[in-house]
Every structure is written in C-alpha cells, then in structure tokens.
Design a protein around this ligand. Structure first.
Ligand SMILES: [Zn+2]
Ligand SMILES: [Zn+2]
Length: 292
C-alpha cells in the first residue's frame, strides 16, 4: 500500500480539463470560472489545445483558484494517437509534429502529465508505458457523451497490476458548445494543505485525491488488515485487486455511509500488488480512490 489519505485534511473540489475560447471552447476563461465557482468548485485547470494558460499577478481574480495547464495531441513515432493534459506553470507551445519532443518539453518543466481519455483515443497498455504519465483519465465526461468511450478501468488495472503507479482522474473536458454541452459530470476531490496551485499540484503528485462522477469519500483509513471508509450516500462498495481478486458490499439497494473491508483472511487480496476502492450511489455514479 503506497499512498496516504489523511483523516483530517480538507477536500477541495476541482476540474483538471476544460476548454475555453482560447481554443475550441464556447465560453471565455472568465465565464468558465464563474460557472464552476457557482457550481461549488474550488479550483479549475484551464487546458486549451496547444495554448498554455498561465496566471499572472495582474490577472483578475475569478473567485476560484485557476491551475495552469495545456492539452497537446498528436501521433508518436509509431503512429499511436495521444491527447495529453499537462498541469503546472508550463510555457506556451506551438503545435509540433514530433510528439516525443513536445512531451520532453513538458517533462523538463515538471508538468503533471495526464493521459487524457485513453479509450476514446484508442490507447493501449504499451502507450501508457511509453511516456512518464502521472495519471490517466478514468472518466472523461465529454468522451462518455460523444461515443460512450469515457472510461478506461481495464487499462488502469492492467497498468497497476504491472506495477505502474498511475493515478486516476475524472474530468469534464468541458467545451461548453451546443455540440458539447456537458460539464460538472466528472471531477476530483483533492486533499491539499491549502487551496493554492503549489499545494494542489503537490497533492496530485502524491495521489491524495479521489476521482468521481457523483459520490464522495469523507474518510479513508487502512492498515495491512482493514480498510475503513466513511462516505456520502452509496449503495455499493467494491475493493478491487489484481485479476479476479476483490470484495464487495451491497445491502439490497439500501443506502449506507460507512463500510469496512477485512483483508486479513483473504490471501489473494492481501498479496495483491495493488488495491483500490470504488463506491457507487443509487444513480449508478461512481467514485474511485487511487491505489491504497
Ligand atoms: Zn482531448
Ligand atoms: Zn480536452
């Protein structure tokens, strides 16, 4: 078990993938910030296509923390197609036909690299291993709406089973256009020290966040024997390990708000190279922890 969720640290709600009129989005940065602020978000990353957002001291305050970011895309030398969201204070970039070089530039600037909507892009496991991603999008709201390819749990589990410590992000990829109207459908809750870009990015690098399309974890504690959580209203909880190992709780559809998994008598779970949790609410919305 690798990563520590705190029992006391506050959760901040954020979206890591949004487009504005700086690229192909339908709303300005100001409008997007107002919408997300009014919907209860604490922070939002502005990730326009090949157009880095970098907040300056002189920029207006939007009543919501903005995180610097960019989305790049293209084919690698093998012809494999990628979309990559990079978070952090990266410099503006021009479209470069050499995707490898663009990724090198982002890595040199210490960006937090997210493999965006891998199912929609057609990515396979070999694609995840090729570049130093910190996370992948376990849920992308727009791709889910476009053709149902918004999730990628299989790819994530295969990567974890092979020892790749990837984190999972849920995002909107909001474009806010008539053809792409969806937003507030997938987000992360981050346990950061303070609501600042530095602290949010530090928490992301440590995996101190959960991804969700609705339900929420309030507390997550574990040792080598027991995993105990408190949550919002849910009807299912799943402990997911390698291969077919796992456990689940369900009470005929009744709502519950806390649960415990005892793995001490389950050698398959105890010896699994990774464990993660999923919870599900009555509407079928899901939340995912990172690897515990
Ligand atoms: Zn994309
Ligand atoms: Zn996008």
């Amino acid at each position: 078990m690798l990563y520590t969720y705190s029992q006391s640290r506050k959760w901040y709600k954020g979206n890591t993938h949004v487009h504005t009129t700086q690229s192909d989005g339908g709303k300005s940065i100001k409008e997007v910030c107002e919408m997300y602020h009014d919907a209860g978000f604490d922070f939002i990353a502005i990730t326009d296509h090949w157009k880095a957002y970098r907040k300056k001291e002189s920029d207006p305050d939007f009543d919501i923390l903005t995180i610097d970011g960019i989305e790049i895309d293209g084919n690698d030398a093998s012809g494999h197609y990628y979309h990559i969201v990079a978070l952090g204070p990266v410099a503006d970039m021009t479209v470069d036909p050499c995707l490898e070089r663009s990724i090198e530039i982002l890595v040199a600037q210490h960006a937090f690299l997210i493999l965006a909507h891998p199912y929609w892009s057609g990515n396979r496991e070999e694609d995840i291993k090729k570049f130093p991603f910190h996370a992948l999008e376990i849920y992308n709201h727009v791709c889910s709406w476009l053709n149902g390819k918004g999730t990628c749990a299989y790819l994530w589990d295969v990567a974890l089973e092979d020892g790749l410590p990837l984190f999972a992000i849920a995002s909107d990829d909001a474009h806010l256009l008539p053809a792409h109207p969806g937003w507030n459908g997938g987000w992360i809750m981050v346990q950061a020290e303070e609501l600042t870009q530095t602290d949010i990015l530090t928490a992301l690098r440590k995996g101190r966040f959960i991804a969700t399309t609705g339900p929420h974890f309030k507390s997550i504690s574990y040792d080598n024997e027991t995993i105990a959580c408190t949550t919002g209203d849910i009807v299912k909880a799943r402990l997911v390990g390698a291969g077919y190992s796992g456990d689940r709780l369900w009470y005929g559809g009744d709502v519950f708000n806390e649960f415990t998994f005892d793995i001490s008598k389950n050698p398959r779970l105890k010896n699994s190279p990774y464990l993660r949790l999923e919870i599900e609410d009555a509407n079928g919305k899901i939340a995912w922890t990172n690897q515990l």
